[in-house]
Design a protein around this ligand. Sequence first.
Ligand code: SAM
Length: 287
Amino acid sequence: MPDNHSKSAPKKPETRAPGRVKAVTSPANPIVKDIRALAQKRHREETGLFLAEGLKLVIDALDAGWEIETLVISKAEAGGELLGKVAARTVALGADVLEGNNKVLQAITRKDNPQNAVGIFRQKTVPIERIAFGSGDVVVALDRVRDPGNLGTILRTADAAGAKGVVLIGDTVDPFSLEAVRATMGSVFSMPLARISEADFLAWRKGFRGLLAGTHMSGAVDYREPAYGDKPTMLLMGNEQAGLGDALAGTCDVLVRIPQAGRADSLNLAIATGVMLFEARRKALKL
Ligand code: SAM
């Protein structure tokens, strides 16, 4: 599992020299090939970089202080006021701006109608101990989440529900894949994210004095019962196919179930997480 908080890139000087603006016209350009390769997990792990598509996401990332390595913009739209400002900001931060034609942007985003800006950013996660949450606060922990769309949606929903962070336990999908980042709609840049093995999580849990509420299809308690607002609360959600693993379920203070009607076996993971998050928020705000 990549450990971006400890395996950080070589230390950079506090202030970088301004970046440069370069024109790129061919998808075969080696810089373009390297950026394009960030669609592959292996390449993201090796470089510690990832792609954020679209001007909104790039601005969200810069505003939240994420480190930009390169910005690719559409040459045809480079004269636009906002795009120009973001490009100037990128250069001032010491990163290069590549002005590419449509073919270059299509190659990088693998889309026929690419956005006019793509940022290449350095990945960032925090150790679980650094996620600060007190009484009334909520953190979501996900057991082996597999689907990038689910993970992105959960990050977005956790952000909207005022959660303090998201913890990924065990072998999970890459939160920095294009699909996961897209689904977060920018929340990947504002939600503290930790990655941890199951064994390390179980060890961390021994010192956790808050409420660890697991969600389980055979949970004995209605999800509206626990007093989520009285302590720091961690909501533990299970894998899409297998549900919550036995060791994790066994360490929970309570296992809750969302009552269902109809014939569906279970709720989609992201939907169940949303229901849990907003119930915990309702309790914490005493609504
Ligand atoms: N076949 C799996 C099982 O039996 O656990 C279904 C997993 S479900 C698609 C993914 C996760 O969403 C579950 O592990 C749980 O965390 C949550 N979930 C879905 N529906 C739920 C419900 N009705 N009550 C509590 N949690 C639920």
